[in-house]
Design a protein around this ligand. Sequence first.
Ligand code: BES
Ligand code: MN
Ligand code: ZN
Length: 508
Amino acid sequence: MDIRIIVGDVAKFRGDALVVNLFEGVKAPGGATGAVDTALGGAIRKLIRVGEVTGKWGEQTLVHALGKLPVDRVLVMGLGKPEDFTLERVRIVSAEAVKHLRKIGARRVGTIVHGAGTHLGAQTGTRGFNAAQSTQALCEGALLGLYRFTRYKKNSEDGKEIEALTIIERDREKLRAMAEAVRRGRIVAEATNVARDLVNEPGNALTPAELGRRARDLARRTGLRCRLLGPPELRRMGARALLGVARGSQEPPRLIILEYRGGRRGGPHLGLVGKGITFDSGGISIKPAENMEAMKGDMAGAAAVIAATSAIARLQLPIHVTAVVPATENLPSGTALKPGDILRAMSGKTIEVINTDAEGRLVLADALHYACRQKVSHLVDVATLTGACVVALGTLNSGAFASNQALLDKVVAAGRATGEKIWPMPMDVEYDELIKSDVAEIKNTGGRKGGAITAAKFLQRFVGETPWVHLDIAGTFETDKEKGYQVKGGTGVMVRTLVNLAVELLSE
Ligand code: BES
Ligand code: MN
Ligand code: ZN
């Protein structure tokens, strides 16, 4: 979908449909909605008077222009109460509007920027966001909301595509900032959709080697350095925790390393590590059959860091980023890792394997250690790590576990700014007791109680003194509901947070 900006009068827009909006409680719309209403001979005001249009949050009213405008239809989106309005609501309302119009076959859609107009601010008493922020959110919402995974099943709405979304702005002075916002919104939304594609891809297609190829192709397109390490290199490096998990599978593992050198020397060096289990059966500690298919998405952390790194490169942010993805399947076989086995990780630490289904922390142990050896100044890992995190936080918040309060605060703020909720979890030293082993330096499970925390405590043993945050996305990596800009399947969660974090680290 093409996204353009034009300076002019909304009532003159030529296309199939026009999106305008209304805050709750407004009786006589002003600004762009008012101009459209006037052209329609007061149709919107009339609908307000009879109570059919209220401006309530979530309300969508399709008005036929019947020749009074150069478009066929006008979609009036309810924005809710001005005091409740947020950038996240801009994303949602934008997504809902384009989804509605795609369904009815509109191809050329014009829209005003929700909540950005100063006229609007003056009228409703909201401060209004700046035009650039709203424009970026609008683009993100539209591109994320229209996403579909159609590789294996054609959609009933196939052929119905919005070809162009035209943002109509009255004020020429805002044009430059808005054009830049469109570019940023497109880059982060497309990266999120890349991550969604990777998560939605089934395990037979997205093997560790294929994940490596996808990362390499993306790296080529976005100007990143990419290294793909296979079993011989991994053996030489002593990545025996990763190799241990890979032993059950016929598919060779990969350590995927992406590097973007955008920064000056002495600037921040952000390390990103993503869990890349392309299918998690549990291994010898095999999972029950019910919902096991969801474990094709056990590489959602990998998808997030690969996609975010490519977005950071496309944005040309002046920062140094190293992304490390340990990729393997976790399967049972005659050669598979067994409960009771002891592994020596790349760091030299010995690990007693109690449960082969706690494989994420094993592969992350080597990847985190490798990232620290690259002398990253900040380290964030993203992983579908524990069912316990889903029990604790449900599907609304990702869990955050940190060794460093300042970095944790930045990660949480970076998430909040883009509508990705992150909730900090405790990391008291007392939890370390639970992962003590009688026969090795550490064991890979700490029992059912506090399972998300003991998993994080395990990871902490491999990051040394590097400021580090672990994000457990087991509850947020996919969704079964179509809502706002969320589409069933992979969510691409944490791509936007990580991009925002990179921006945030630059203003230190
Ligand atoms: N990939 C799973 C965690 C998971 C569960 C992610 C549900 C997404 C949705 C992970 O490898 C796992 O199996 N964890 C075990 C750990 C346990 C054996 C200590 C779990 O959470 O049950
Ligand atoms: Mn597992
Ligand atoms: Zn797993």
